[in-house]
Design a protein around this ligand. Structure first.
Ligand code: IFM
Length: 457
């Protein structure tokens, strides 16, 4: 079959985040983040792993940027470590922290790689968590101070900014389920309050960015998933509406429509009582108008009604029965087409970027010194084709970032799941491009993919 070409100017990239790759956890004035603390709490992270060294990117910026250039990326998505800039969450910014990102941005630009910078990829200063973290309204002000300092230093050279990465994960996994930092096994109101303050702080930071007068674009990245019912029953259809409201619309609507979805306000109030952390004018404040929406897609959610359960529905472990990644996530490229087309329909006029998509595998270094990852090559090819289908169906998709540039610290699961197109030998920290790295270089440089696989490495 003929190759599928992407629109001219389509932005191809690779993505990482600070805590997952940087290491150098106690250098140049960096302060403690919630993930530093969480990793030190016994039993929280597989194998007692931490991000203290991670991939040692902090000391390898030049060679890592060289590798990105070899892979033909148009943009590199990375995050700024909040506690390198504001070690205790407030006060004067730490110049040495800003210097690090200043240099990274310059190195990227020297190689014609456009930086895409995320401000909050989960590493809240522990000092702010001690004052309530995202459940405290004052954290909105602290985030705005942090954002202002980073914009002021890098705003002249960074063309694309992302305020928060995956607020659902921060709020729900961090403040309710307790399986991510800060590890609060709280309740639904705590998660909803955290989500609300994330939304408010997003709106504030977008306004601050524009007030500073920078030329670039700013948006937010959400973890989103297409939903379907496990049966045609009315009850399961209702479960889809509610689960979609909880996972997708509760995060989309405030930043894109300036309001929370009425049906979910009713549902959550029925479960949790009045949502009195939402003050008059707040919802509109969260919607400062974004220049683009970042979409992180990994798998779809198949749900059924579960009247006995707190939320009233449940997500099926077996999904729709498709193949699985090493983390047990379903491989379903068609879900990406469905999701992008739905976003284009529900939020017309909002440019979209896939800011993360990728696959965890148990990759191994072979005797020939290479890492052969045909499953990742097929996964990425199928998802690129799915994105192309969405564009053909009218979605205004402007770019695609693969998660991840290199293997890294996969949060509570430690270092075992490997998401990178570049293998990291954690003994030596040597980087070894996998077969998938050669595959993405081909796609990135040709701006096209062959659905039949002729472009595999
Ligand atoms: O590694 C994470 C990333 O930090 C956020 N999105 C999902 C990825 C895979 O779990």
């Amino acid at each position: 079959m003929d190759e599928l070409r992407f629109p001219d100017g389509f932005l191809w990239g690779l993505a990482t985040s600070a805590y997952q790759i940087e290491g150098a956890a106690r250098e140049d004035g960096r302060g403690e983040s919630v993930w530093d603390r969480y990793c030190r709490t016994p039993g929280r992270v597989a194998g007692g792993a931490t991000g203290d060294v991670a991939c040692d990117h902090y000391h390898r910026v030049d060679s890592d940027v060289g590798l990105l250039a070899e892979l033909g990326v148009g943009s590199y998505r990375f995050s700024v470590s909040w506690t390198r800039i504001l070690p205790t969450g407030t006060g004067a910014p730490n110049g040495r922290g800003l210097d690090f990102y200043d240099r990274l941005v310059d190195r990227l630009l020297e190689r014609d790689i456009a930086p895409t910078v995320t401000l909050n990829h989960w590493d809240l200063p522990q000092a702010l968590q001690d004052a309530g973290g995202w459940t405290a309204r004052a954290t909105v002000d602290r985030f705005d101070e942090y954002a202002a300092a980073v914009f002021a230093r890098l705003g002249d050279r960074v063309p694309r900014w992302i305020t928060h990465n995956e607020p659902w994960c921060i709020a729900v996994l961090g403040y309710w389920r307790g399986v991510h930092a800060p590890g609060v096994a709280g309740d639904l109101p705590a998660a909803l309050a955290a989500a609300h303050h994330l939304h408010l702080s997003h709106g504030r930071a977008v306004r601050t960015y524009r007030e500073q007068g920078h030329p670039g674009a700013i948006g937010i990245t959400l973890s989103l998933a297409p939903h379907s019912a496990c049966s045609g029953s009315d009850a399961d259809g209702e479960a889809v509406r509610l689960s979609d409201g909880y996972f997708n619309r509760w995060f989309l609507d405030p930043v894109l429509r300036g309001r929370y979805p009425d049906d979910m306000v009713r549902h959550f109030s029925g479960l949790a009582g009045p949502l009195d952390f939402i003050r008059p004018g707040d919802a509109a404040a969260a919607d400062a108008g974004i220049d683009f929406l970042g979409v992180n897609y990994y798998q779809p959610r198949v749900v059924r009604a579960a009247p006995g359960q707190y939320l009233g529905w449940e997500v099926l472990d077996e999904g729709s029965g498709g193949p699985r990644t090493a983390m047990g996530w379903e491989i379903a490229p068609g879900g990406l087409t469905d999701l992008l087309v739905r976003l284009a329909r529900d939020h017309p006029g909002t440019p979209l970027f896939v800011t993360e998509n990728g696959v965890a595998l148990e990759d191994r270094l072979s005797d020939d010194g290479a890492v052969h990852d045909p499953v990742r090559v097929a996964f990425l090819r199928d998802h690129f084709v799915a994105a192309h289908r969405a564009i053909a169906a009218g979605a205004d998709l402007r770019g695609y970032f693969v998660w991840s540039f290199m293997d890294n610290f996969e949060w509570a699961l430690g270092y075992r799941p490997r998401f990178g197109v570049v293998y990291v030998d954690y003994g030596t920290l040597r980087r070894i491009p996998k077969d998938s790295a050669r595959f993405v270089r081909e796609v990135f440089t040709r701006n096209a993919v062959r659905p039949d696989g002729d472009d595999s490495a």
